[in-house]
Design a protein around this ligand. Sequence first.
Ligand SMILES: C[S@@+](CC[C@H](N)C(=O)[O-])C[C@H]1O[C@@H](n2cnc3c(N)ncnc32)[C@H](O)[C@@H]1O
Length: 418
Amino acid sequence: MSNDETNSVTASWSVGQLARATGLSVRVLRHWEEMGVVAPDRTAGGQRRYGPAQVTRLYRAVALRRAGFGLGQIAALLAERDPDPAATLRTHLAQLEEDLRRRGELRDRLAAALRAYDGNHDSTDGGTAAALMKVIETMTMFEQYVHGYQAQENLRLHDQASTLVDLLHDGTCYPDGSRVLEAGCGVGAQTVTLGSRSPGAQLTSIDKSAASLDEARARVRAAGITNVTFREVDVFSLPRSDGELGAGTFDHVFVCFLLEHLDRPAEALVRLRAMLRPGGTITVIEGDHGSAYFHPDSEAARDAIGCQVTLQRHAGGDAMIGRRLYPLLAAAGYRDVAVSPRVVYADGGNPALADGFIRKTFTAMIEGVREPAVAGGLIEPARFDEGIRDLYRTAEDDGVFCYTFFKGVAVAPAHAER
Ligand SMILES: C[S@@+](CC[C@H](N)C(=O)[O-])C[C@H]1O[C@@H](n2cnc3c(N)ncnc32)[C@H](O)[C@@H]1O
């Protein structure tokens, strides 16, 4: 970027110029702005302008991001409002060490697989080498959580939440003074809505990913919400023997897009039931990829969606769990189970929904599995790309897309009934 690209006496750059210079997309820069990392000035016409101070700040933010810091941590460090920078650095170091430990584990597993394979095959054979590549890629693929914890996925979760807020949260509002447990809060996409729609309730939002919790904390702070406490907890470790996460301590439990990732969703629901006082409620929201249909129809698009379903199954989850909510809740010992389908219907008459749901939510999610789907041999790259093109095609003026989420509400029985 050079100064002659600027258009005023005081040097300033547009968001597009910055995106080109940094390699970050305009959407990511806007997300960073929302997260309080770098806030541009605005022209009289409302356009974003970045001056020298903001560019310097962005430079430092990019460097911190490359070093692996979360956006929340970066915002706090840059604003010098991190109460304990040394503690932040220690946490970061611990995260890096955990990352290295996981990579070491993966390296050992791959080496063991290769040794076993070498014992049986001639490694100079090109076919064998290709098969070995597949072993490596497949192991890597299964190692990853199917949606990943990357910035792009975090952004997608926020896009998804803001597009679907009314559809999914309609009917969910918790009374003042009630205690609510949100399980699998991720980057806080639903937490913001829960916290703001039920300002008098006290939320405890848990997730097993420390990095996602960092993002969630920053997000909630930026939204000015103060009734949420975050905890790094695995749902399968609940209930705790006592304390704030002991049995029977909550009036309500809220779960969104968590069960689809679990290999034991039934057990998770039983454990969450134990967290509720008798008469407390659970609300569960899940999607079902089998419910997606669209115009123009496309076999390639269905194949690409099928890759996501298969990968999620290999990772132990179920991308079509929405249809199982009723039987799962009933079998987990809840009473008064009521499940309602929440249909997203997007056509050319509602371009904002077509953009928010078809492009930024659904297709972005399917697009995100390209690498593992191809690496795992589930689909040819060209076929996958054709499917993605066809999905984007359904967001055009004459396209139509339909998808069903399922929202279940149920009640924890009295102890005597359990
Ligand atoms: C798809 S995200 C959904 C996040 C959020 N509820 C939303 O609707 O945007 C699923 C989240 O569940 C978390 N998760 C997966 N398994 C978990 C477990 N056993 N205990 C706690 N959290 C878990 C993941 O870390 C991830 O953040």
